[in-house]
Design a protein around this ligand. Sequence first.
Ligand code: ADP
Ligand code: ZN
Length: 739
Amino acid sequence: MHDERFAEVNGETAPSRFAAGDRVAVLLPLPLAGPYDYLVGADAAYEIGDVVDVPLGNRRATGVVWGAATGEVDAGKLREIHGPRDVPALPPALLRLVDWVSRYTLYPQGAVLRMVLSVPDALDPPKPQTAYTLTADPPDIRSTKARERVIAFLKDNPPLPGADIAREAGCTASVVKGLADAGVLASVKVQPDTDWPQPDPAREGVALSDVQRTAAEHLCAGVGKGFAVTLVDGVPGSGKTEVYFEAVAKALADGRQVLVMLPEIALGAQWLARFRDRFGTEPAMWHSELTGARRRDTWRAVAEGKVRVVVGARSALFLPFRELGLIVIDEEHDGSFKQEDGVVYHARDMAVVRAQLEGIPAVLVSATPSLESVTNVRRGRYEEVTLPARHGGADLAGVTVIDMRREGPARGHWLSPKLAEALADTFEAGDQAMLFLNRRGYAPLTLCRTCGHRLQCPRCTAWLVEHRLVGRLQCHHCGFQTKPPEQCPNCEDKDSMVPCGPGVERLAEEIQLLFPEARTVIAASDMVHGPKQAAELVRLIEEKEIDLVIGTQIVAKGYHFPGLTLVGVVDADLGLSGGEFRAAEKTFQLLYQVAGRAGRGDRPGRVFLQTYMPDHGVMKALAAGDRDAFLDAESQAREQASMPPFGRLVALIVSGRDEAAVDGVAAGLARAAPRGDGIRVLGPAPAPMALLRGRHRRRLLLTAPKGVAPQRVVRAWIERAPIAKKVRVQVDVDPVSFF
Ligand code: ADP
Ligand code: ZN
């Protein structure tokens, strides 16, 4: 039972050993066509999965023993493996995942392996440290209180680094050094051992309601019973996290490791606190902001089995768990699980594949599940547990649609009178409010009043966004920055540049005018840096030191603020322009999640949507609170159009600095396009971001009926088309974004 797209799982890799003189295939973490063959040297022996050093040209490279050699190279010409690295072998299921992801995404195995061996430093054991211990027969020396404390401490403790001894004994490091110089302490080398606090599955969780208990029992029953996928579908606040924590506890109690994947981990402060409440300690984290040392220690500890629970962003999928027993993908619908650079893969989908290869359950969690997952439930491939009500009673917020065509504000203002009034009521009642606007900065566009010239990024098809607080114009795609010009770069008119449209900073300005007393904070990714600041923001809101949060999508998920009773969506239409086939689904998910922030604790909340399209299906479904009707309609529309999950898509993005060369390759691909089996190829067409970081971009889109596995066709297609040097063809199987 799995998504039919993943039907073709490769067979077992027979584990085997290789001895001196054997020829083995070693996969290197490089974008090569496949593994290279090497010879096992005298007195050496390897197993599949061993991490080894090999010669590559005139340098040394690290790779993984992948199997018996396959090439035709003479034994005489093969070079010998240098030797093993001091790290546990990669587990078989992980090797198969690499092969699988490579075959599915059409990126080389070595490029996928590089995501596994992402921390080269972790392949060496930590460097030994100098530690001190008491000598057997110490000389007589003058005694001091501090010296006595050190000696007493070391009588009962193992050798420790000097700094640790000094801290424990309450003295300076020079006391320890003095004792060592005098011969009272001897220095020894020890392996540093990071202490990994162990989550305790036996601690009491919250007392679950009957519905929650049934759901938790269902998940727990699946742990240890092989592969299955369960969708946990429940409104925000229904207790989905508490429920899957029970399954985490079961897997831990069974002695297995657990992976929890979350989007945008940096903002998981509340999630971590919940985990700590349940398991007594925090899990290991895996995200882009880890320090190098922490990253190295964590990778190794996962490989050695010392870390039992990892919570991480999408790259955690490739960690070398050796005893994985459960994978949870929270907010499974979230677009950030799709990696768009390097190897283009969907971490949710590949997590399901890993679960299948490991023979363990996967749990997908969402209040707004993706149409893919919902369809898999409807076809009986995924199981489902539902949590229909909020815990503690409060109903979901009532949604009011504000028709901006009739009820909008005056020009140059962004808050309709209705929403402003609701804000006033909320502040008066001493409650908190949130305004949602998914646009960072002050204004998304700056233009010249005199000649109409618009400020554009020189390297991208994108307007420059004014960030007034830092006094810069920025490109949100490539990071280009510049000072706002004093005159129009085109007509040179002075003081003619005007901002158009609102970003969160501009909204804050309007709030300042309307509600000068309101304590307001802007929550956007360029204002909240890292987990510490995020935690501080959460604290400010929880302790009611803030009346109003003006936020982008970083506040849309996962937070619970009991005092928040009003949510205003400033521009509900923002995600609907552009015409991507998932636009309605994504907008519905985002707005539903945002609406879910209102009304916690025992009070229902109110949600206002400002829209110019009050009759759009998304607005109607939100107003009626009818998610399933929306999904039905969306599902039908997709089926009629043979769009995913009722059809297959593969995008090719052709890019390069030389526009003519890019067009040439794109045209060549179009001429070589595959036909038959219901396959169609659309394009080439300029990508919406026709220029990105100075590269010209063209897109082609292959569509296929849902029964057709497009990988082989696409591989052959690319091999037959002439691809000029310096032009890149990026393959995106199951595309999510179409930029
Ligand atoms: P979801 O993940 O569905 O949004 P959570 O699991 O985060 O829901 O629960 C929402 C809030 O309700 C959290 O603060 C959680 O601690 C609380 N909660 C949920 N279930 C219970 C319960 N059975 N007893 C006490 N508190 C609960
Ligand atoms: Zn740019």
